[in-house]
Design a protein around this ligand. Structure first.
Ligand code: UT7
Length: 333
């Protein structure tokens, strides 16, 4: 191991900086409905708001890549943590919409940030990606293999949307969120649990592939919305209870619930099933739609910067999505 000086580990990792970045101007439901009507796809602001809570989303222009969004969010998180490029020794990017097949988006982020040390790799767990990446970085830090990890969720989901499928294209948007996770003597990340059930791969997928230089198959997102909805509410509750039990805590000790921002109805169901008041639920999906792996770190950043999440608060972060994957992380800020 190149970082042999790090051997020994720290007892804990802590989130010491957060950042987020959304590309361009918001596209309101009305503006999107108008665009879609132009090619015969019928939808409305009323339907989108009633079924999902979404009012607008951000769509990156053609020249903007996933790594561009990631770098912008990372710079803000690094400034927040007061950390320079020379101190980052691990970069994890959770994404399903990487810049290219390889190198990983994490390596491209490393280059753009001028970082020349440490490991960099992508984590592909779709909308659970950020929680998977956070858990991975926590384990590396506690094993003594990293001290300051940049953990990013970044997506350009607009690139994989079928604009003729009104059941999916109105739901998603682009964006990035990032945290700096640092080795610590005091507890930050208290518990995490990750799960996958590949048998459900068919309910949410982008089943295209590259063959002889061309995208083949169906390189657009498809979803059985109701099946995903039902599974999501079940596993968001069960994974929350698992990490609370691991940390020997009760639901009422959670200060803020930040589930993956897919649909406001799913978020509200989760809070209710856990017996948490809606006032403890952080909701950002209304402002930017479903941004897959970016949604959890963006929502955390929003709630920190507007003063809701305070030092010492217990925050429950949760991902759920394609794979089928899900996971939860309980953190003390
Ligand atoms: O990020 C991973 C996690 N993803 C999720 O958690 C998504 C989970 N699923 C959902 O959030 C919801 O299932 C959706 C928002 C995707 C759909 O809501 P729904 O209440 O399950 O609606 P539905 O699919 O049952 O569709 C109801 C009706 C249908 O019309 P009919 O058959 O009743 O005449 C659809 O054709 O709504 C119609 N519809 C639309 N109408 C206007 C579907 N999409 C649209 C649309 N605009 N965009």
């Amino acid at each position: 191991m190149a970082n042999s000086h790090l051997q020994g580990g720290a007892p804990f990792s802590r989130i010491v900086g957060t950042g987020r970045f959304l590309p361009g101007e918001p596209v309101t439901n009305d503006a999107l409905a108008q665009r879609l009507a132009g090619h015969g796809v019928e939808t409305s602001d009323a339907w989108i708001q009633e079924r999902t809570g979404i009012t607008q989303r951000y769509l990156a222009s053609a020249e903007v890549s996933c790594s561009d969004l990631a770098v912008n969010a990372a710079r803000i998180a690094m400034a927040d943590a007061g950390i320079g490029a020379d101190q980052i020794d691990m970069i994890l990017v959770a994404t399903s919409t990487p810049d290219m097949i390889f190198p990983s988006t994490a390596c491209l982020v490393q280059k753009k940030l001028g970082i020349t040390q440490g490991a960099a790799f992508d984590v592909q767990a779709v909308c659970s990606g950020f929680v998977y990446a956070l858990a991975t970085a926590d384990l590396f830090i506690r094993a003594g293999k990293a001290r300051n990890a940049l953990v990013i969720g970044a997506e350009v989901f607009s690139r994989i949307l079928d604009w003729n499928d009104r059941g999916t294209c109105v739901l998603f948007g682009d964006g990035a969120g990032a945290v700096v996770l640092r080795a610590s003597q005091t507890p930050g990340v208290l518990a995490h649990r990750l799960h996958a059930r590949g048998e459900y791969e068919g309910i949410l997928r982008t089943p295209g592939q590259i063959s002889h230089g061309n995208a083949t198959g169906h390189p657009f997102l498809t979803m059985d919305g109701q099946a995903v909805f039902k599974l999501a509410v079940q596993v968001l509750e069960s994974s929350a209870r698992e990490v609370l039990s691991d940390a020997q805590m009760q639901p009422d000790q959670v200060d803020w619930l930040i589930p993956h921002q897919a649909n406001v109805r799913i978020l509200q169901f989760t809070a209710k099933r856990l017996g948490l008041p809606l006032s403890k639920l952080v909701v950002t999906v209304d402002q930017h739609g479903n941004t897959s792996a970016a949604s959890v770190p963006m929502a955390l950043d929003v709630a920190r910067r507007d003063g809701r999440v305070q030092p010492g608060h217990h925050v429950l972060l949760q991902g759920v999505g394609g794979g089928f994957t899900w996971g939860a992380a309980l953190v003390r800020m």
